[in-house]
Write a protein that binds this ligand. Sequence first.
Ligand code: SF4
Length: 683
Amino acid sequence: AATAATQWTRSTCVYCGVGCQMDVGSRDGKVVAVRPAEHPVNHGHLCVKGRYAYEYNHAPDRVTTPMLREGDGWRAASWDEALDHTAATLLRIRDQHGADAIGVLGSARATNEENYLAQKFARMVIGTNNVDCCARVCHTPSAKALKTMLGTGAATNAFNDIEQTRCFLLCGCNPTENHPIVGARIKQAVLKGAALIVVDPRRTELAEYAQLHLAVRPGANVLLFNAMAATIIEEGLVDADFVAQRVDGLDEFAAFARAYAPEAVSAQCGVDAADIRAAARLYAGSAPAMCFHGLGMTEHTQGTEGVMTLINLALLTGNLGRAGSGINPLRGQNNVQGSAQMGCEPATLTGSQPIAQARAVFESTWGGALPTTQGLDLMQMLDGAAAGQVKALWAFGYDIYMSMANQHASAQALGQLDCVIVQDLFLNETARAFGTVFFPAASVFERDGTFMNSDRRVQRVRAAVPPPGDARPDWWIIQQLARRMGHAQGFSFDGPQAIWDEVRAVWPAGSGLSYRRLEAESLHWPCPQRDDNAHPGTPVLHGASFAGATRARLAQIPFVATPEQCDPDYPFALVTGRGLYHFNAGTMTYRGANAQLQASDVLDMAAADATRLGLADGMRVRVRSRYGEVELPLRISPRVKPGELFTTFHRPDLHVNQLTSPHRDRLVHTPEYKVTAVRITPA
Ligand code: SF4
């Protein structure tokens, strides 16, 4: 198919947060091939999703016209009718119930420009801070932990540091499957001599290459990292110079950590004390050491606090502010960093600027007053819907129903809403079950703008083909709705570049990222405007200070067990996650050849458990939690331990999230996808 392309357009992969560059081949207005570009991130490679999973773009069930709910079905509408209807509905709800009865959800599938416009719409057109995005269910804990302790809620280092590190500490992430290009670079670095510690309940592919695999019990991360910190202090492995110059609270922290000696917590962690000590020695003795973490860290009741315990390790050992070190969340979707960074977050404006601090600048730029009420996050919006206080939700590029934990409860909440606006390529599960309005969006191959990948690198996205039918880019749809709601001013941009120039005006750390520069290179923020227009960007944060503060403080995080515990009725701990061939709710990857590579979610179980229960590979089993039940095919897997299970939640007809629990991160409410007590019986 590659030879059939008549045009090639450079763009950015939409899937994971690595942000690989690719050339999109098109012919007669259709995407017919994707090939990797030579670029500092992906070095001429793409993974199986980026390279092959583009067929969804021209899938026969792509929705290309606006639609309005009519009874149990839908009817097609013109843009004028759909927009007028939606504007009138939102205005009526606002008049009757107040602006805070409406919520807006930005999207990791949308560009920075579109997310910026979405939160501006919520705040200026609706008049609410009820704006959030899917970061709430993945890496908001990372952002909160990093911002609290280091002053900036983003990855400290760049992917290009991978080859400079002497030791990787991979925590709750499986880059081989979820960030494959980074996974391959890590593996290459390990084969060339870097040390590798993998902390994961499962024996992931990279664990095979590790000096140490700490198969921590699901939910015990805080115990484990406190124990590593205790070892570092007890065995004199602290970087004394770094701590003296830049870290506060060592003496108090040392007293706190004593209770977490490896021998004291080993049984609860499920990891040998000797291995915890060996990991602490290896990490502390191999500077620069670089930590990557994923949702296995964040999607817990102590998700934010777990990341804080990782930051403690970096502070104790001086692994911050230098190439090859740092604390680096691996973001699951390409622009999840950008959606929150652009202000799709209830308490902060663009650039993660707290509303109270940045209010004057935004009010002057936007020409109006910002709302003063405290916004609801995504989870609180669902709670508000269930309680009858939130009446309308606008979600783009986000299948909430399919991907939200504790699905029966989210269904009950979504079912209470008067108005659910879904903006997507397909009638996703949220639209099917609860949508009242459907706006057909342009895909990543059909729009211009920028993405921001996991390591703060901002890159261009370019339209390779026109949108089909009446599909339109998100920014166009938001503007049209704003104008019908009386806000032509502030929503009359002629395209993404003009929107981005306004972003640069309100976000000092991004002011140097002009389209002119991004045309030629991708840059890491902070990249402030300079007179010579040549700030080089900042691949490594915290070189001399922590976001303006000279010192950071160690965090004392007591371990608090999740309420989701196994018992004789629910004896297995189920971990959910993603696999190599599919992406989140499967909306894109199940509409192409990747569907044949993995046709179904499967339940991974250790051979010893299967034998004990009389189960065989390939059998269908019933998985029951305290919250719901699904049937899955069983796969005997050497990657999971006895007593633990793993599955993905990609297939829309299986709804694996019926199983997951209502428990949430104690600080930012991220659902606990990573621990669910279940029992297994033959189907
Ligand atoms: Fe796309 Fe991530 Fe694969 Fe790169 S590693 S091609 S960004 S899915």
